[in-house]
Design a protein around this ligand. Structure first.
Ligand SMILES: *Cc1c(COP(=O)(O)O)cnc(C)c1O
Length: 356
């Protein structure tokens, strides 16, 4: 039976990425060697890194004056690298979920954190709006998509300070205005490639302004100067990420992705709004994530949760169990998720409803 992969991360990747990576695991760029066993300094691998960086710039229309990096340590290491490098005495954070909260915890090690707003009061089921940001902060940190709670900031907040964003779970899913950001980071494993690589886009002149000593490996400038080759990069994940970037370009880039992502999200949310058995956990349509669709059983049908999970599983759905902090279900419908899989999930919801 066909499996429909709704895992939140690591998660679905394009067939193209998997096939090209599988080939290169055996014979990389005609070398007769695996991509896992060639030097990162070989001309073949340097070409991979260069093309990956160039495609990130092309696809996101990154302006002059920014550097693209492929680091390790996941988005979680960025929670501390960001304040280490960019926070003088004070930074602002918007608290929209578990990942934001973790970023805030690390930032507090480096200075004063102004939490400009939080949706914790309602288990993070909305995006706070209309908050003030002090003028004297070095940046406002946002989590553009809240993977666990199913909310997304589809437009940058209008503020007078530079933004920093954790875009781990929605990067490349729609166009963004990079010029508004001092830094963007994303673990690869949601919309780009396997875990092990972390994409960072950083404005060069935002660096070098803090007084503290920064350890070499945690200093963005180290990695900019070395073209992400200061130490051994995650060669296989970077290779696979490059294949996804090529696939994105071939398929019309982030502009085309956005159209399909809107279509997929509409199909699923429409069904959730219609079907009496289910309720989406995010009520405000403006705040609903196009990447992670979270829902629970309607109160009258709460006892059917396990039945639906078993039913959906029997129809080939994988990874739809919700995160433990929200419960219910979560369907992650990243770029690589075909419309057919979303339709298959909707069909399973309708079939289940008919039998109740
Ligand atoms: C998955 C995720 C993280 C954690 O990423 P790691 O690479 O595991 O450190 C952080 N932020 C967001 C928004 C995520 O979705």
């Amino acid at each position: 039976m066909k499996k429909h992969n709704f895992y939140a991360g690591p998660s679905i990747l394009p067939e193209f990425t998997k096939e090209k990576t599988a080939e290169a695991v055996i014979n990389f760029a005609g070398t007769g060697l695996s991509v896992m066993e060639v030097s990162h300094r070989s001309k073949e691998f340097v070409a991979v890194m260069d093309e990956a960086m160039a495609l990130v710039k092309e696809l996101l229309h990154v302006p002059e004056g920014y550097s693209v990096l492929f680091l390790q340590g996941g988005a979680s290491l960025q929670f501390l690298m960001v304040p280490y490098n960019l926070m003088g005495k004070k930074a602002a954070y918007l608290n929209t979920g578990a990942w934001s909260s973790k970023a805030i915890k690390e930032a507090k090690l480096f200075g004063e954190v102004v939490e400009v707003a939080s949706s914790k009061d309602a288990n993070f089921n909305y995006i706070p709006k209309g908050f003030d940001v002090p003028d004297d902060v070095d940046y406002l940190h946002i989590t553009s998509n809240n993977t666990i709670f199913g909310t997304e900031l589809l437009k940058e907040p209008e503020v007078n300070v530079p933004l920093v964003a954790d875009m781990s779970s929605d990067i490349f899913s729609h166009p963004i205005d990079v010029a508004k950001y001092n830094l963007i980071y994303a673990g690869a494993q949601k919309n780009l490639g396997p875990s092990g690589a972390t994409l960072v886009i950083v404005k060069d002149d935002a660096l070098g302004k803090v007084e503290r000593q920064i350890p070499t490996m945690l200093n963005y400038q180290t990695h900019i100067n070395a073209g992400s080759m200061f130490n051994t990069p995650a060669t296989l994940p970077v290779f696979a990420s490059l294949q996804t970037l090529r696939w994105l370009k071939e398929n019309g880039g982030v502009e085309a992705m956005e159209k399909v992502n809107i279509e997929k999200a509409n199909i699923l949310y429409s069904e959730l709004d219609r079907n009496k058995l289910f309720v989406p956990t995010v009520a405000n349509p403006e705040d609903r994530s196009r990447m992670n669709v979270t829902f629970v059983m309607a109160p009258d049908y709460a006892e059917l949760e396990k039945d639906f999970l078993d039913f959906a599983t029997s129809k080939g759905m994988v990874g739809i169990k919700g995160h433990r902090s929200v419960g219910g279900f979560r369907a992650s419908i990243y770029n690589a998720m075909p419309v057919e899989s979303v339709k298959a999930l909707v069909e399973a919801m309708q079939d289940f409803e008919k039998n109740k």
